[in-house]
Ligand binder design. Structure first.
Ligand code: XMP
Length: 519
């Protein structure tokens, strides 16, 4: 049972719905995102949230069959905030009208206060400079407000850009307050949650206690297995579960021989030695590397690693007597069902390596204590649990490991060179104090040898590519703008310190069109 106040976000499929949740979590408000077609009147009445936000979305309310909010949203007596499509839905369902097309507005716009309004309620604190900068993205617009509403602000193309029915605590805006490009969007969201009576009771300390209680209730005196990858998510999940049930937890660390320099030792010493968590270290480098011999197709690499991983994990888990649960570091973004209006499956760019199919195969029940958290919240929980900062702040590392940073055939020699070059690059980034600004940084060893000259001799060695990106979620990314000095110094160090590399390039592709990893 959830013990904190809860805000419900009804999702109509906007690209930025998750940002609403993130902004609210930053305000210590617990919220859940649900696709519009999974929220029923009965469920709302049975367990009413303290407030509701209706998200934006790509449909037009003027089209037959377009999404609507459950009517109970407007009958529960709780504050409601409609954003973009959410505003149009509100108007349509409460007796106003919406007009299609003709007045599209995308990007930056300025809202002026309606005569007699300086902004109060959720719009308190706005219009300090006379007008508000906002980010618009709409084709339709409201032409007639529903009874009870009044206009608070207007833009040239959206005469009812900000509206309110103070008596019912219903608010709506045509723009997106959740995006970075609406500078005072956070103020509106904060006003809304304060007005709805949220006290900001969603803190990591309270979350941790609650999660520990839940794990104890779920697991009782039975045994849990947790697959450890060395990444932040599975590590935080393991430490949390260990705090809840102690030695009823056993971790399994499948070492595929594709980890970075010293990584396997660090994982083992951290868990076994520092935390005293029972840990099985399955050192299976030979198995994985021989299966990968001669393989250069990226998908075959990924699938081979995924298949072997499951085999090894199953074998090791089978040795743990009486295990009934499998713990996973699933995060909230993996849980949110996104609303698809096209109905078609999306294209598989890469087969991601995870243990998603395991529980069914092994007949295990799942323990997923991070299901409600975003990545940065997992880090905050890790801190709360006392995990070292160097560990918590670590860049993400993909399940298939160095295999996908070694385009072409993987050999032990190449892996050895790659590990050393990668360690130098990361050391450079840390020395220059840039590690935390970067989402992910690594070296890829290229399947190309080039001619160079060192001392008086000719070299014929591998070329490598440095990759460093900024990102908020790994979905889109920009290359990191290192200075030329930094790049020059790093290339010199790699070439001097790592035998086997005589040329260094910097990858300046963003995502899209590239991806973060090379394969
Ligand atoms: P791409 O290369 O698709 O990567 O732009 C986006 C993010 O996902 C990570 N990644 C993976 N993580 N299993 C994982 O757990 C995988 O198979 C996998 N492939 C890519 C990648 O490192 C980046 O952070």
């Amino acid at each position: 049972m959830t013990q904190h106040q809860r805000l419900l976000i009804i999702d109509f499929g906007s690209q930025v719905t998750q940002l609403i949740a993130r902004r609210l979590r930053e305000l210590n408000v617990y919220c859940e995102i649900r696709p519009f077609n999974t929220v029923t009147d009965e469920a709302l009445r049975a367990d009413p949230p303290q407030a509701i936000i209706l998200s934006g979305g790509p449909a037009s309310v003027t089209e037959p069959g377009s999404p609507r909010a459950p009517q109970a949203v407007f009958d529960l007596g709780v504050p409601v905030f409609g954003i973009c499509y959410g505003q149009q839905v509100m108007m349509q369902q409460l007796g106003g009208s919406v007009e299609a097309g003709h007045h599209a507005e995308y990007g930056r716009a300025f809202i002026s206060p309606a005569p007699g309004h300086t902004g109060d309620g959720i719009f308190a604190g706005l219009f300090g400079s006379g007008r508000e900068e906002v980010w618009m993205s709409h084709g339709d617009r409201v032409t007639e407000m529903a009874p009870g509403f009044e206009v608070i602000g207007t833009s040239p193309n959206a005469p009812v850009a900000m509206i309110a029915d103070e008596a019912r605590a219903f608010y709506a805006v045509q723009f997106h307050p959740e995006v970075h490009h609406t500078p005072n969007g956070r103020v509106m969201l904060e006003n809304f949650v304060r007005l709805a009576g949220f006290t900001g009771d969603w803190t990591m300390a309270s979350y941790k206690d609650e999660a520990i209680r839940k794990i104890r209730d779920q697991v009782g005196d039975r045994r849990v297995i947790c697959g450890l990858s060395g990444g932040v998510d599975s590590s935080v999940a393991a430490v949390l579960i260990h705090e809840a049930i102690g030695d009823q937890l056993t971790c399994v660390f499948v070492d595929h021989g594709l980890l970075r320099l010293n990584e396997a030792d660090e994982v083992v010493s951290m868990f076994r030695d520092n935390y005293n968590i029972p840990l099985i270290h399955a050192d299976e480098a030979d198995l994985f590397l021989s299966a990968l011999e001669g393989v250069s197709d990226p998908e075959v690499k990924r699938k081979t690693i995924g298949r072997l991983f499951i085999d090894v994990f199953q074998r090791e888990a089978g040795r743990i007597e009486g295990a009934e649960f499998l713990a996973q570091g699933t995060l909230y973004p993996d849980v949110i069902e996104s609303v698809s209006f096209s109905g078609g499956p999306s294209v598989t760019i890469k087969s991601h390596h995870n243990v998603g199919g395991l529980p069914d195969k092994m007949g295990l029940k799942l323990v997923e204590p991070l299901r409600e958290l975003f990545k940065d919240e997992v880090r905050a929980l890790g801190r709360e649990l006392g995990l070292p900062e160097t560990f918590i702040g670590r860049h993400p590392f993909p399940g298939p490991g160095l295999a996908i940073r070694c385009p072409g055939e993987i050999t032990r020699d190449k892996l050895e060179i790659l590990r050393k070059a990668d360690a130098v690059f990361i050391d450079q980034i840390r020395r220059h104090g840039l590690y935390d600004e970067i989402w992910q940084a690594f070296v890829a060893i290229l399947p190309v040898r080039t001619v160079g000259v060192m001392g008086d001799g000719r070299t014929y060695d591998y070329a490598c590519a440095l990759r460093a990106v900024t990102s908020v979620d790994g979905m889109t990314a920009d290359y990191y703008p290192f200075s030329h000095d930094f790049l020059g110094e790093t290339a010199t160090r790699i070439i001097n310190e790592v035998r086997g590399i005589n040329r260094c390039t910097y990858d300046i592709t963003s995502k899209p069109p590239g991806t973060i990893e090379w394969e």
